[in-house]
Design a protein around this ligand. Structure first.
Ligand code: ADP
Ligand code: MG
Length: 293
């Protein structure tokens, strides 16, 4: 009888395009003590918007977008989507490139027409010894507004910064409140910087906020929670979340736009990319376990 109830529940979830990779995860997902959310692409949409740009003298906004969309051509990160969408709006085609490297939690590096292009955050610029001081005033202004700056550099020189606004998923306030209402703790774990991270946790009344976190550190945070005896549910969308998704007692991956790697590492996949699936699987889990026990 128990296995019938569980397989009926797995089927019900599948009809809603929610793939649960085993009865064990259905059992566990309803009783997590803490739900950890990634920010970008999870609590926020994977369609962020470019709000402002700053370019150094002799460089145009079109130049920045051209370089940025060239480097981001094959990237699944929400910031890459935003940059490609902007390139399309401006009718800018990426330059064919020879080399393309991803730096998780930092950005991308590529080589095109013999030029080296770097697109990413301050950590990436530091890693390649690129001074961001020519764009620092703009960066600080963007930062204060809670915008995420994407720096663009070519051949060792900073050329500008693109300020991106993340949009909250439309139902995020309700979903977070629903989870908090049954006494479950919530934490946000993001690779983004303090200001935009804290902006969001303040809006959502989430008291635990981990920011500027590298992918390995995301899973360290999850492991530390488990070491305190907590059952941890992790929800994420990116390659950068894969380790944490695997480490958590239950990992839930967002579907569309997110990364295949995240979906593979997770125990549950929200194929339709609807965050409300988190609330749905938790209720489904509890109902099913009531029948089973
Ligand atoms: P989150 O944990 O919120 O999903 P990530 O770990 O994916 O964020 O990214 C952290 C930061 O790394 C981003 O805010 C951005 O500054 C930078 N970054 C990551 N990937 C890219 C990319 N493809 N292009 C530009 N910047 C990136
Ligand atoms: Mg993400």
């Amino acid at each position: 009888a128990a296995s019938t109830a569980i397989s009926a529940a797995l089927n019900a979830a599948a009809r809603r395009h929610i793939l649960i990779k085993g009865g064990r995860y259905l059992e566990e997902v309803g009783t997590a003590d803490v739900v950890c959310f990634d920010k970008t692409g999870t609590l926020t949409t994977n369609q962020p918007e470019i709000r402002a740009m700053f370019n150094v003298d002799g460089v145009t906004a079109d130049d920045l977008i051209l370089l940025a969309c060239t480097a981001e051509k094959h990237n699944s990160h929400p910031l890459a989507h935003a940059i490609r969408a902007e390139a399309e709006r401006r009718d800018i085609q990426p330059i064919p490139h020879d080399v393309c490297e991803f730096f998780l939690g930092r950005g991308v590096r590529s080589e095109a027409r013999g030029e080296e292009i770097l697109v990413g955050n301050a950590k990436l610029m530091r890693q390649f010894d690129i001074s961001i001081s020519p764009v620092n005033a703009a960066y600080e202004e963007f930062y204060a507004q809670g915008l995420t700056s994407v720096f663009v550099a070519k051949d060792g020189k900073i050329l500008g910064a693109i300020a991106v606004a993340n949009q909250n998923r439309p139902d995020v306030v309700r979903i977070v409140r629903r989870i908090q209402q049954d006494g479950t703790e919530i934490a946000m774990i993001t690779g983004d910087e303090k200001c935009s991270a804290m902006n969001l946790t303040a809006q959502l009344n989430i008291s635990e906020c981990h920011y500027s976190v590298m992918p390995e550190e995301k899973s360290d945070i999850v492991r530390a929670m488990k070491a305190k005896g907590k059952k941890v549910l992790m929800v994420g969308d990116g390659i950068n979340d894969a380790l944490a998704l695997a480490e958590a007692d239950v990992g839930i991956a967002m579907g569309a736009g997110g990364s295949e790697v995240a979906i593979e590492a997770a125990d549950i996949a929200l194929v339709r990319d609807e965050l409300t699936g988190v609330v749905y699987v938790r209720s489904l889990s509890r109902e099913t376990m009531r029948i089973v026990r």
